[in-house]
Design a protein around this ligand. Structure first.
Ligand code: NAD
Length: 294
């Protein structure tokens, strides 16, 4: 259990703090070499040091996921360093708290550029690499269908030494949110971007199924991270409430009556990256203490 990701390479975006940091520490603890990707060099470095101090393997990497060329460069650099990519945790994201009627074009673009475009182009660049890594016989999706049919009709028919069919050739986990399940009057672009991530997850799961690359999403509820500290401050400013009141009000509506921890999310992400989840793709899983139930 402790080393189920031995010899695997994972990229975790936004791993400098908050949930991404928790995910990076968890995957590293289970044996993965983790690329700690963040646009904050200091926090990316600090998470990497923490992983290495605990005996894990980490590569800090500074990237703005909204910059598609930079994302493509990251994939090339990771392949140069480790030779392959087995997992992508598409966690980096930004939020904004602003009444819908006051939103400016720049507000919209900033959130959509990072959360929606950035998440998609990270997924695409890593998936292209995962396809390049496939055994020759599987590289064309059409060929895969043939190979599968052959395998089913001729069990044991392969020559010794031929590459076997793995159940999965890559795992991608995208970060949506419970805000992707319903609209939000105070974070409209954020909710739109997180709903889009559920759709992107489903499309990518379909597109990548022939290559046996699994794509799923998680929808966290309330996780006290620097992101939530900012939400709380902004809401306090907007409504004259005390800091902490917004989070407390949300938690009251959570059936399990507590906020999530980064580790709650890290456990589910690790499961989705593991062989136990080889038959799960295209799903968006609420990790929210029961706040949403569909
Ligand atoms: N905290 C919550 O309650 C909550 C709830 C639902 C969903 N989420 C989602 O979970 C993910 C992580 O949230 P968090 O609370 O840990 O956030 P956070 O703000 O604490 O951390 C986000 C990290 O992403 C990095 N980042 C932001 N924009 C980036 C960019 N363009 N390129 C590279 N790195 C970038 C930041 O530097 C930071 O290290 C986000 O996608 C968020 O939307 C969080």
């Amino acid at each position: 259990m402790e080393h189920r990701f031995a010899n695997k390479v994972a990229i975790v975006t936004g791993a400098g703090q908050g949930i991404g940091k928790g995910v990076a520490l968890r995957l590293a603890r289970e044996g993965a070499a983790v690329v700690v990707a963040d646009y904050n060099a200091n926090t990316a470095g600090a998470t990497s040091v923490e992983i290495e101090t605990a005996g894990g393997q980490a590569l800090p990497y500074v990237v703005n996921i909204a910059n598609i060329e930079a994302v493509q460069r990251m994939v090339a650099d990771v392949v140069a360093a480790y030779g392959r990519i087995d997992m992508l945790v598409n966690n980096a994201g930004v939020v904004q708290t602003k009444p819908m009627l006051d939103l400016a074009v720049e507000d919209w673009d900033r959130v959509i550029d990072v959360n929606q475009r950035g998440t998609f182009f990270c997924l695409q660049a890593v998936a292209q690499q995962m396809v390049r890594q496939l055994p020759d016989e599987l590289r064309s999706g059409a060929a895969l269908a043939d190979v599968l049919t052959n395998q089913l009709s001729q069990p044991g028919g392969k020559e010794a030494g031929e590459p076997g069919l793995a159940a999965s050739y890559g795992k991608i986990v995208n970060f949506s949110s419970i805000a992707g399940r319903h609209g939000r009057a105070l974070s409209t672009p954020y909710a739109a971007s997180k709903a889009a991530i559920i759709s992107i997850t489903q499309s990518a799961a379909l597109a990548l199924a022939p290559y046996r690359i699994n794509v799923n999403a998680v929808c966290p509820g309330i996780v006290p991270t620097p992101m939530w500290t900012k939400i709380d401050q902004d809401r306090a400013e907007l409504f004259g409430a005390k800091e902490g009141e917004a989070m407390a009000a949300f938690i009251q509506q959570v059936p399990l009556k507590r906020a999530a921890t980064p580790e709650d999310l890290a456990g589910v992400v690790a499961f989705l990256c593991s062989a136990d989840a080889d038959y799960i793709t295209g799903q968006a899983i609420n990790v929210d203490g029961g706040f949403e139930m569909n």
